[in-house]
Design a protein around this ligand. Structure first.
Ligand code: DHB
Length: 387
């Protein structure tokens, strides 16, 4: 405990020195920590690709300074995230840390951002409470309550009265289950089973058998990015679709990173999320075309969180003329701009994102699978915030 306190004091002292160094230099650095390897590697791949696109488009300059991005691979392992956050702040003297592919990784970095007085941009992780873990956190991804409440509103109006739920057993899964179930019950629905799978190495066969036996109208699912294709395959193999059980989900399951490989079992799945690669705005069409030209794969919601996170930092640096710390944090609060997903706002009070949530259906167009938006709830604040 004492050791940790000493360590944090050293970090605070180093941060003061870092502030002075930042003010003098013509280059500012942004530290990005991502799972480039391990089970969440697709999240790292997507965000890294989006950052490269943003850097190419922006010319890599903000606030009159050259911006250098340092990407570190934490392999989805929290103790590596913490060490890398420390090193980036103390040794590399970055103006901001960013990335954070999973909730536990964001939570482990939060006190380091606070002690280092360094803005921390959460580009991926989506448990509601993350923004409360440090006053230096701003978020450009989404929250599970945002997504889950919207589909819980849609379902009972469309013949779905009895459901089972299935979520990954950790922060965002807890949020998805709670906010889906509460709203669905409020709307007169019935919840037959609440099922969980472990975050790592999920085999869905046992829970899918329970769902089959319970015979709900629909199964609601949240799984983190990267698990959707495996789940969908087993849902089909176990014959749940043929047994007349509909699938509804957050858009993490019908993830654009994997959607095209899921096959016909995914067709017709209704889901809610903040970003679809098929979003029909001019800005998004250009974003998808440029991203695919550069990277040879389709961007997903993680890519957009990374792209917008860079935009947020760059606009902030423009306002502070390249200064980091509290000035940069202040310059990020309240930012409003058009993203490939639609208009977004960083709520100045909560530092969380306010955005449109779309209801989408998986459809085949020109031989490819897409999440086609057909309904929207505008400017959704995180329902998980109490204030
Ligand atoms: C989280 C991770 C994901 O891959 C996702 O799709 C949603 C949430 C998380 O750990 O917060």
């Amino acid at each position: 405990m004492l050791n940790r306190r000493l360590h944090l004091m050293a970090l605070a002292a180093a941060t003061l020195a870092a502030g002075a160094a930042q003010a003098q230099s013509d280059t500012v650095k942004i530290g990005v920590i991502l799972p480039m390897t391990g089970p969440s590697a697709s999240t790292g791949k997507q965000i890294d690709a989006a950052i490269k696109l943003f850097m190419a488009q922006s010319g890599g300059k903000a606030g009159g300074k050259k911006v250098e991005v340092i990407v570190k691979d934490d392999n989805g392992t929290a103790n590596l995230t913490a060490r890398m956050a420390q090193e980036l702040i103390v040794n590399d003297k970055v103006v901001a840390i960013a990335g954070f592919g999973l909730t536990p990784l964001a939570l482990t970095a939060a006190p380091i951002a606070t002690q280092g007085k360094t803005p921390m941009v959460v580009m991926a992780a989506a448990t509601s409470a993350i923004t409360e873990a440090s006053p230096y956190i701003v978020r450009t991804s989404f929250t599970l309550p945002q997504a889950a409440v919207s589909i819980a509103e849609w379902a009972p109006k469309h013949g779905i009265k009895k459901v089972a739920t299935l979520v990954a057993d950790y922060g965002p899964g807890n949020d998805a289950e709670k906010f889906f179930v509460d709203r669905f019950l409020l709307n007169g629905g019935q919840v037959l089973e609440k099922l969980r799978t472990p975050l790592r190495g999920a085999d869905f066969a046992p829970v899918l058998q329970k769902v089959r036996d319970a015979k709900p109208d629909a199964l609601f699912v949240f799984l983190p990015s990267g698990q959707g294709a495996q789940f969908m395959k087993q849902f089909g193999e176990r014959g749940l679709d043929k047994a007349g059980i509909k699938l509804i989900a957050t858009g993490d399951v019908t993830d654009d990173d994997q959607l095209n490989d899921m096959g016909d079992v995914a067709l017709g799945v209704v889901n809610s999320h903040h970003y679809s690669a098929a979003h029909p705005s001019a800005m998004n069409k250009k974003f998808v075309a440029d991203f695919e030209a550069m990277n040879k794969f389709r961007p997903n919601f993680m890519a957009v969180g990374g792209y917008d996170g860079m935009r947020l930092i760059f606009k902030g640096l423009d306002a502070t003329k390249g200064a980091g710390g509290d000035a940069l944090l202040a310059a990020m609060k309240g930012q409003l701009f058009e993203s490939p997903r639609g208009q977004i706002l960083i709520d100045a009070q909560t530092r969380d994102i306010v955005q449109d949530i779309y209801i989408r259906k998986v459809e085949k167009k020109d031989g490819q699978l897409w999440n086609i938006e057909f309904d929207v709830q505008k400017a959704v604040k995180d329902p998980g915030k109490t204030k």
